[in-house]
Write a protein that binds this ligand. Structure first.
Ligand code: ADP
Ligand code: MG
Length: 267
């Protein structure tokens, strides 16, 4: 490339905001000449770093927006600790197909079995696919919406929950919602259902007890479940608590590794 064209290309790249391509233009020109690259090779080399960098930025923004309480990933999940859980199913979910089908995911089970871990990990995966996710607990969602309603900005607050590609609603059923909060949770579920947007939900309560989640309103509970379960994968985790298992194992190890106490001699 003649010097004039190279300078023109550099200024065009920076004008277009392609900073990474701009920074590697000089080196790319030299390598292309030295290694006789084809035009398409040259263009691919120049733009691939730009695309990668943009994707990284998008993922970081998505992760910030999601407000995960902690980052959890699928490779850190020990499937051997939950032999009842079908790893192939989780692997299928990790492809992200459920997002494009507007399928919901519901993780049910007692405390400590990894429901939140898996919900966050699938949320992180969604961010990595380049989509927006929002994480909230059921009670936080209900409180935020109640406050927004009092302040006459419910529509705006609801929109924030409706637009992301996936909404994670954690701990449904841990804390009882009042009637207003229950109806706001119901509205959030309905609006996402109407838009065909996925919800990833975790709960310790069987569906038969969901009346309690909606302040004793069994009709609202069944209307919410109707929408939630219409296109849904339910993952029931029945195993032992991972936290307790770890504690128990640690306890065993201290028992095994502790040297036997010397018998104290009576004076
Ligand atoms: P739940 O939401 O079902 O109450 P969590 O997902 O919060 O449980 O799990 C409790 C803790 O144990 C978290 O730190 C989580 O990362 C960890 N954990 C649970 N199950 C597993 C597992 N099978 N492999 C690795 N870590 C796990
Ligand atoms: Mg949890």
């Amino acid at each position: 490339m003649s010097k004039v064209f190279e300078e023109k290309a550099a200024s065009s790249l920076s004008e277009l905001g392609l900073c990474v391509a701009h920074d590697r233009l000089d080196a790319a020109c030299q390598r292309a000449a030295a290694e006789s690259w084809s035009y398409s090779h040259f263009l691919g080399y120049l733009l691939s770093a730009e695309v990668e960098e943009r994707h990284k930025k998008t993922v970081n923004l998505n992760l910030q927006f999601a407000k995960f309480p902690i980052l959890k990933r699928l490779p850190d999940f020990d499937f051997s600790a939950q032999p009842g859980l079908d790893k192939r199913l989780i692997d299928e979910l990790a492809t992200g197909r459920f997002l494009y089908e507007g399928r919901n995911l519901v993780f049910l089970g007692p405390p400590g079995v990894g429901k939140t871990h898996l919900a966050i990990a699938l949320g992180v995966m969604t961010c990595e696919l380049g989509h927006r996710v929002y994480f909230t607990s059921a009670i936080e969602l209900a409180r935020r919406l109640s406050l927004a309603m009092e302040q006459n900005r419910l529509h705006r607050e609801m929109n924030k929950l409706v637009h992301p590609k996936a909404l994670v609603i954690d701990e449904v059923g841990y804390l009882t919602l009042d009637a207003t909060q229950g109806s706001l949770l119901f509205q959030a579920i309905c609006q996402r259902y109407e838009r065909g947007q996925s919800i990833i939900l975790t709960s310790n309560k069987a569906f038969s007890d969901w009346g309690e989640v909606f302040a004793g309103d069994a009709i609202m509970a069944s209307a919410a479940l109707d929408r939630l379960l219409h296109r849904c994968t339910v993952i029931n985790i029945r195993g032992d608590s991972y936290r307790l298992k770890e504690k128990r194992q640690a306890g065993m190890e201290t028992l095994v590794t502790k040297p036997p106490k010397k018998e104290e001699k009576m004076p």
